[in-house]
Structures are given as structure tokens and as C-alpha cells.
Design a protein around this ligand. Sequence first.
Ligand SMILES: [Fe+2]
Length: 419
Amino acid sequence: MEPSTQKLIHTFGALADLGQEIAGTGDFTEMVRTSLHLLLGTLALRRGAVVDCSGAGPLRCVAVWGLGEQAVNSFDIDEGEMESFLGCEIADSLVKNSSTANRFLTRHHDKLAHEGIELVVPMIVRGEVTGLVLLGGKASGEEFSNDDFETIRAMVRHIGVGIHTHRLLEQLAQRAGENRRLYDELRAIYRDTVRAFAAAIDIKDKYTQGHSERVGKYSEIIAREMGWSEEEVEGIQIAGYLHDIGKLIVDRDIINAPYRIDAKSSSELNRHPSAGYEILAPIRHPYADIPLMAKHHHERLDGRGYPDGLTDEQIPLGAKIVSLADSFDAMTTDRPYRRRRSFEDVVQDLRENSGKQFDGKVVAAFARAILKEVRGETKDRRITKMLGKSYLEGEHVETLLTDLIADLEADSHAKAQTF
Ligand SMILES: [Fe+2]
């Protein structure tokens, strides 16, 4: 094989390696360093550097070999000099070319020669100088041939594209980060607005202070226990906060009646889930199904709920969770016409109404979450904080919960066997 053919194959191989290096997703500086080594190795050059000049000012060394990094960084470039690289021939980039019109080379001529740099090649991508490649002479002392120039041009172009792509990706990542921040901000604003609404709903109902907020928190606890994703858990918390938003259109006297209300007032009050849906449906919520959870939080598994009399499978799981959270809070807080019920009483209610009003799986999940807290297995005692310190005290509480969970699991097991 002729030496020139051999060289061509060698160069071709180096270019392929370079392409692979640049396309790799690894470390950027490492990519440029390896590319420089490939270029120097292919032509047996003594030294070289790849510098970044995305703007005027001092050159920023990205990779260097056989030269002092500080020496490279001490060069500077201005806008005009960057432009003078555009459209110039590679021979014009030879430092020793005394007739070169390149201003950067003429201004830095002595210093470049002193550092042993013989060639300064611009990396031009999309009509802009992305950076420069500074190259020392050949180890053999030979002059650069036209073939060498071709190789240098091809490899430098490859490196330039690599750097350019890297910059674009960096800009994209930055923009994605900014978008993420904006999105997070919007979500925070949305959450604050929702909390303000919840407070507005609760203020209207003077006997159930903090009800919406507690329903939001109980719903979140149940959903998390059921293995919902963080995003879904956030969504159901919002649904809990907003489930009674329809009460904003119900007469204040009906909501605040200090006695059990009559049939007419009751049907007026029962409009609130549908009214809530009407209010929430036109809003673009960052979470799915919030209007539906508000609409169906008074449905029952046996079809005796409202507004649509849906049965078990027709009721969205989120609405079942909010429904349980809502009833649990109603049973465990004082109302004008009755004191709150004992925990034993509440557990009995949940047992009796599982499969009729409540979904047994949801009740079991809530019971497990309470049990974990009672046993001290949770980081903070959120349920205790809402119920008051003494409500879950006593050994019987743990037994009540374990029995309830066992019964519900036996039920769901028996149900699964029938199908
Ligand atoms: Fe309600």
C-alpha cells in the first residue's frame, strides 16, 4: 500500500473516531480533549489547543496539549478579528505567512511564534466563528502539505459542530430549567388560590371551620397510602380543598342552620356538588378530574347518593376518597346540633357502611394510615394534629383499627372469590 493511501485510511479512521466522540453524550470537555488528541495524533503535531470564543474578549481554553493553559488564555480577540477569519483560506491562517490579512494573526504574531504555534484555524459553524484551534508544527519539522490542510479543515469542522451542538443543548437545558421554574411558580400560585378558596368556603360555614383544608389533608393521606403517584396525591389534595366550593352559591342561612334542616333546604344544599362542578369545570387545572371529584363526593356505592345516583364502579376513585375524608371529618368534629362521635363509634360506622356508602378498599387504606400513625411509624402526626391529641389515645384504638382492616380485607377477599 502506498504511503499516501495508508495516510488517507488513517485520516479517515481518525475522522470516524472523532464523529463518534462528538456524537457521544459524555463529558463535553473530555470530548474536546479527545478530539484534539486525535487531530494532533493524526498529523503528528507537537502541540495544540482548542479555544472557545463565543464572544469578544480573552480566549477561553477548552482543551490544550503541549502548551501552557495560561499562555493560551492570555490571548484576546475582538469582533473585527473574529470576522476577519470568515472566508479566509487555511493558508492565511499560517502564523508565518507575512502577507496574511488576518488581524488577529498580525497583532499576536510574535507571541504566537514564541509559543510555537504555527497555525490558527477558525471553527466556523453557520457563518459564525465558534472558536479557534491553535496548532504547533509537525514533529518531523516538515511543512504542512495540502493534504494536511484538508485533514485539518475536516477535523476542525467536526470539532466546531460538536462545540456548537453542545452550546445549543446547554441553552435548551437552561430554557427548560426556566420553564420548569415558571411552571412551578404557576403551580404555587394555583395552590395558594385554591387554599384561599377553601378558606372562603369554610368562612361561610361557621360551624365547620377548617373543614375543606382537613378534607384535603385526609384525602392526600388516603391516596398516598393507596400508592398514588406524587402528582396524583397533589391533585386529590386540591380536590379535597375544593370539594364543597359549590356551597358558595348556597344560602348562608341554610349552611349555618343550628338544627337539622327541612326537606326544601336540604334539596337546596344538595345542589352544591353540581354547582361545584359548574364552577370548576371551565378552569384548566394542572391535575386531572378535580371537577368530577367535587361533583361526585356525595355519591354512594349503593346508588343512594347524589347528584347522579351513581353506583360503585361508576364513581371515580378520587371521589370515593374525598367522600370518605369528608364524612370522616363530619363525624369527628362538633356540629351545632351534636357533639362529635367517639372513635369507636366512627370505626363502627365505617365498618357498617363499607360497601354501601364507602369503598372498603378506601376505608382499609385510611385505617392503615391511621394505624401507622398510632404506632408511631410516621414522620409527623398529621392525623392526630387534626383530631386533637387525646382522640386517638388508648390501647383500644389499635385493636379497633386492626380488626377493621382484617374485616375489610376478608370482605374484599370473599368478594374476589365470588367473581
Ligand atoms: Fe359536600
